[in-house]
Every structure is written in structure tokens, then in C-alpha cells.
Design a protein around this ligand. Structure first.
Ligand code: ADP
Ligand code: MG
Length: 228
């Protein structure tokens, strides 16, 4: 797998469209355990991101592209998710600095750095009912597939399956981080909005960069569908 900045930009644009499509649902999920703004936060942020990319041009340096995404999210999204998604992309930017192509190892390193940044910033672990519950298993599955010599399609497929399982795992959890933690036990029984948007990010990667059609992934897993 080798992806150029133009490929990465297609992924970011696909994520923006996906967030716009699921904006209301993401906000409904946040209404149940937060303050009903996750869909509008992410939609505002991703619209700002694509506007910036369309204005400034994508260029060839993948690190710079990720940096633009991260900085725009930090400055345009309030709430917990802005700094956290911002950190994800800013750390990916550092990992991909100066690169005009990302191969499997490059992607695995970028995910690893991004996830470490989110955890350093938000202090959430697996089981705390946050985006980390989708992000950590997806990144690990991606790296494992690359380590086995898997193709881009295999790595993204594995990541998407892991993210899907991760987001479903948040439903019974009691939140220990973010606004949902204020609800204590009452947060159980609801799917985490941030884990859901993270799952969509990885789904878009699987589709756009891995070339894995969504229906193929659904058939490949016996899980029920994730609520988006
Ligand atoms: P806010 O909670 O400030 O309203 P959003 O609604 O946009 O921000 O985002 C909420 C999501 O942010 C949660 O569903 C959760 O996934 C994620 N989140 C909150 N706090 C943390 C944290 N400390 N670490 C990781 N993710 C977090
Ligand atoms: Mg919120």
C-alpha cells in the first residue's frame, strides 16, 4: 500500500461527507449521555477542514496535510472532541512529516503516534467509554495486519472490524471520562458518540484507501450493525 497526499485528502473529504450524513445521529447519541453537540461539533470542524484544504491546496507532503487537519479541528471545534481529534491528526502529522507517500508501516506508525497522543491528552483507557475504545483496537488491528504482510485492503478491513467491535463495546460501559462520566451508572446502555465518529473515520479509510466495500465488511463479520 502506498498512499499519496491526494489519497489522504480523499479520505478526509469522505469523512467530512460521512459526518455531515450522520450529524443528527451523532448529536442524538450525545444527547443521551452528554450535551447534544457531538454531531454539530464534528460537522462544523470537518467543513472547516475541507474548506481549508480546498483553499490552500493539498500539496504533496502528507505531514503538512495532517497538520492542517489537526490545527483546523483544534481551532474550529469546541468541546472535548476538538482537542482530541486535533491531537490525533497533529501526532499523525509528526509521524508523517516530510513524507509524500505512506506505506503500511508508515500508516501503522502514524496511527500509533496519533492514538498515543489522544491517550496522553485525554487520559482515557480502554473501558472508559470514549473514542479510545474504537481507536486503540483499530490501530492495533491495523498494525497486526501490516506485521503479517497484509495488503492495504486487509489492514483497513481489520481496523474497521475492530473499530466496529470497539464502538459496540461502549454500549454497556459506565463512562469514566468526559461529560458522560457525570451520569455515572446512568451512562450505561448508550453507545458513545466519540467512539462512533471514530468508527466512521476508519470506515471511510477502509472504503477510500483500502478499497473495501462496506457490504463486504458487513458480510465478513457476524456482528449486528453499529448505530450511527
Ligand atoms: P463535549 O463532551 O465537550 O461536548 P463532544 O460532544 O464533541 O465534546 O465529544 C464527546 C466525545 O468525546 C465523547 O463521546 C468521548 O468519545 C470523547 N471524549 C470525551 N472525553 C474524552 C477523553 N478524556 N479521552 C478520550 N475521549 C474523550
Ligand atoms: Mg458533547
Amino acid at each position: 500500500m502506498t498512499d499519496t497526499a491526494a489519497d489522504v485528502s480523499r479520505w478526509i473529504h469522505a469523512f467530512q461527507a460521512e459526518i455531515a450524513e450522520h450529524r443528527v445521529r451523532l448529536t442524538e447519541l450525545d444527547a443521551a449521555i452528554g450535551d447534544a453537540d457531538h454531531g454539530t461539533n464534528m460537522d462544523r470542524g470537518m467543513r472547516a477542514v475541507v474548506a481549508k484544504l480546498d483553499d490552500a491546496g493539498v500539496g504533496v507532503d502528507i505531514g503538512s496535510l495532517f497538520k492542517t487537519v489537526g490545527m483546523t479541528l483544534v481551532s474550529s471545534v469546541g468541546g472535548a472532541s476538538g482537542p482530541l481529534y486535533g491531537t490525533l491528526f497533529l501526532r499523525m502529522a509528526t509521524a508523517a512529516a516530510g513524507l509524500t507517500e505512506l506505506n503500511g508501516d508508515g500508516w501503522a506508525s502514524a496511527w500509533d503516534a496519533g492514538v498515543a497522543g489522544v491517550q496522553a491528552r485525554g487520559k482515557a483507557e480502554i473501558g472508559d467509554k470514549t473514542m479510545v475504545d474504537a481507536l486503540v483496537p483499530a490501530s492495533a488491528a491495523f498494525a497486526a495486519a501490516v506485521g503479517r504482510g497484509g495488503s492495504s485492503a486487509e489492514a483497513w478491513h481489520a481496523a474497521a472490524v475492530a473499530a466496529r467491535a470497539g464502538v459496540k463495546s461502549t454500549v454497556p460501559m459506565v463512562a469514566r471520562k468526559g461529560r458522560a462520566s457525570y451520569l455515572g451508572e446512568r451512562s450505561a446502555g448508550h453507545q458513545d458518540p466519540g467512539a462512533t465518529s471514530t468508527y466512521l473515520l476508519i470506515e471511510c479509510g477502509a472504503e477510500v484507501l483500502g478499497g473495501v466495500a462496506r457490504a463486504d465488511r458487513e458480510r465478513g463479520t457476524a456482528t449486528e450493525s453499529v448505530s450511527t
